[in-house]
Write a protein that binds this ligand. Structure first.
Ligand SMILES: O=C(O)CCC(=O)C(=O)O
Length: 232
């Protein structure tokens, strides 16, 4: 049985950051093979269930600080989207595609306010497929990288880089994460505490009201940046 997420996971309220349902892995794989669906397996540690798969890959040696114990996999149906975020523990990520194509859009950390980062989280809910510049004018100043990865490709996502992912086909990938800096590890732990204690706690107590407050804080932070850009 595996926890399956849909796009509801990024909406405030009861399902916030929680799986929609649980289903046998076999049924999930059949569902994504049958055509478009927004169902995803996120941060799924398949190696916990099938440890012998660990024999099939090696930890990268490209830098120090790889976490051997967190080789997460990600599965998604054609058309599913991963809301824009950066990785909460501030690791560098090497994302390797095993099957299907995926569009990955990256933005540097210097754009966090322009992207209307939701306070106390590592997420942004602006729609960059169809940006509303009237509502989110700071978005006009953002520049990023847009690429497609396919079977056999690995994309490097540096620490704190925003990523927004669209599954062009049903498919799956695995990430290996590395963090070789103690200050970055400490900041990562603080982020996790902010998200799980403050954000999830207030979401539980206030529900959608908390979602609205975060959005208005994001808008006012971006307005300051926008004002600065206009003045300069
Ligand atoms: O490919 C995915 O589904 C998500 C990957 C991701 O967000 C990550 O590796 O941090």
């Amino acid at each position: 049985m595996v926890p399956v997420f849909s796009s509801k996971a990024s909406q405030p309220g009861k399902n916030y950051m929680s799986p929609d349902t649980k289903m046998p892995l076999r049924d999930y794989i059949s569902a994504i093979q049958q055509g478009p669906t927004d169902l995803r397996l996120f941060l799924f540690n398949i190696f916990k269930y099938v440890p012998e798969l660990k024999e099939d890959y090696k930890i990268h040696t490209i830098m120090d600080g790889f976490y051997n114990e967190f080789p997460f996999t990600f599965f998604g149906g054609e058309g599913s989207k991963v809301a824009m975020h950066y990785d909460i523990d501030l690791s560098h990520v090497f994302l390797t595609q095993f099957d299907g194509r995926k569009r990955v859009v990256l933005f540097g950390p210097e754009y966090s306010k322009h992207l209307y980062q939701q306070p106390f989280t590592v997420a942004s809910y602006v729609n960059i497929d169809n940006p509303d510049y009237k509502k989110f004018p700071a978005l006009q100043h953002v520049k990023g990288y847009d690429c497609i990865i396919e079977r056999g490709d690995t994309i490097f996502i540096p620490s704190r880089y925003w990523h927004y992912i669209t599954y062009l086909d049903s498919g799956f990938s695995m990430n290996q994460r590395a963090n070789d800096s103690l200050p970055r590890k400490v900041k990562g732990v603080v982020n996790i505490a902010k998200h799980f204690v403050v954000d999830k706690g207030l979401n539980k107590i206030m529900g959608e009201k908390w979602g609205e407050m975060k959005q208005s804080m994001a808008v006012s932070r971006a307005r300051k940046i926008e004002q600065y850009t206009l003045d300069a």
